[in-house]
Design a protein around this ligand. Structure first.
Ligand SMILES: [Zn+2]
Length: 424
């Protein structure tokens, strides 16, 4: 009796997958050829107005998710100005690239998730695609720039003509807009003339601004506000606070700003935060993050009593109660000896004075508002930090912005939407 051997199941799997891919690539090639044979002859115009002349076919190696597929497409040239076109490439969304749309989507996604070397290994392992890290970088950034263009067209439309289909917000929805910044390490050439925080006054990073919009209806068991699941979307870029303000505003409009009855802006109280809040969200309640306020309180205590000091409970109670005037009076009653400590105390008292209107914490708690900017801070870590702030990284601003756009789009659950509109 023959012994029944246990099969190497994984070997079966990988052999069959390979065969399926090879067979699929063959079918794909035939489909392409068939489509080309069926396509009606169109007149191909040049930009200069001349009719272009067919010059026969030119071959290019096409890499698809099924593997290499030979592709011979018609080549047209203008007799007048020598410009050339490949109309089939244009129809199939494969102009100036040898990667199929499916492969480019995978490259963009993988390159947005992890370092390009790692992405190349992942794509080889998961999709059987052998790709250079450099190529993944190039394609991911190209797709990121397409996301940027898509978003800026959308931004213009939202601001000029409004929301085409305003989202429905549940009754009692609190609508949050929150933003913050985080340093992204960039190449030296991107830092010329920029003062920084390094010991010698130079800079190593550029600030990426990240904004998020989320909603809240319910409370958790302890009566604390609870973010609506999957309600957070992100926008971000290395750009001026003015441009970022518009970007943030457009995203809020898209999410239903105009429909929201309660709008809260949550920031850490930097000066540009106030400008954006006043310019674009003037009807909102602007809350300065309570936890940053606590840190500033600690700094006051340290300027008075040394580097290990903590703020007294009485101050903390005043802060929680939102009694900022009283807090300033109490904390500023005694002056430290050294000039430097005096300067630091003055600065910190100034922080409370400037933000006092946005620190009515007792009132906010009563209305069950979030009083911390934890959501956007976590966003700075997950959306920006985990991909762009790994050790040894040095970005160009252009490259960083492309990847930030891509990550915001993916993490806002909009990548499929983008891809669909892109090919339409
Ligand atoms: Zn021409």
């Amino acid at each position: 009796m023959a012994t029944r051997q246990t099969p190497d199941f994984e070997a079966w799997e990988s052999l069959l997958l390979q065969a399926a891919r090879q067979g699929g690539a063959g079918v794909l090639g035939s489909l392409l050829t068939h489509w080309q044979g069926q396509a009606p002859r169109a007149v191909i115009q040049c930009d200069c107005g001349q009719r272009m002349i067919s010059q026969g076919r030119r071959a290019k190696g096409l890499l698809t998710t099924l593997g290499a597929v030979p592709f011979r497409r018609s080549f047209y040239q203008c007799a007048q100005c020598r410009q050339s076109r490949f109309p089939d490439d244009e129809r199939l969304d494969m102009v100036n690239t040898t990667y199929s749309p499916g492969v480019r989507r995978l490259m963009a996604r993988a390159g947005s998730q992890t370092q390009f070397e790692q992405a190349a290994e992942d794509l080889l392992c998961y999709a059987g695609l052998k790709l250079e890290p450099r190529e993944i970088e190039r394609v991911a950034e190209e797709v990121g720039r397409q996301v940027e263009r898509w978003l800026s067209e959308e931004e213009e439309q939202l601001i000029c003509t409004g929301v085409s289909a305003p989202p429905k917000l549940a009754a009692g929805t609190k609508f949050y807009v929150s933003f913050d910044g985080t340093g992204v390490p960039v190449r030296k050439s991107e830092l010329v003339g920029r003062p920084g925080k390094q010991a010698d006054g130079s800079a190593r990073t550029r600030e990426a601004k990240l904004g998020c919009v989320f909603t809240q209806v319910g409370l958790d068991k302890k009566g604390r506000p609870q973010r609506d699941p999957d309600s957070t979307t992100y926008v971000g870029a290395i750009e001026s606070s003015t441009l970022f303000g518009w970007r943030m505003y457009a995203e809020a409009l898209r999410r239903g700003l105009a429909q929201a009855s309660t709008v809260v802006v949550l920031t850490d109280g930097q000066r540009y935060n106030h400008t954006i809040a006043q310019t674009h969200f003037s009807a909102a309640v602007h809350i300065v993050d309570l936890f940053h306020a606590y840190e500033h309180l600690t700094l006051i205590a340290r300027s008075l009593w040394g580097p290990a000091a903590e703020s007294p409970q009485a101050w903390r109670d005043l802060l929680e109660a939102g009694e900022i005037k009283q807090l300033i009076r109490k904390a500023g009653k005694t002056l430290p000896n050294s000039a430097q400590a005096k300067k630091s105390l003055r600065k910190e008292l100034g922080y409370f004075e400037n933000n006092a209107l946005h620190m009515r914490y007792a009132e906010y708690r009563e209305q069950h508002f979030f009083v911390g900017s934890g959501v956007v801070e976590a966003g700075c870590r997950t959306v920006i930090g985990e991909r762009l702030k790994q050790s040894g990284m040095q970005w160009s601003v252009r490259g960083a912005n492309a990847i930030i756009a891509l990550r915001c789009c993916i993490m806002s659950g909009r990548f499929e939407d983008f891809w669909a509109t892109r090919t339409r």
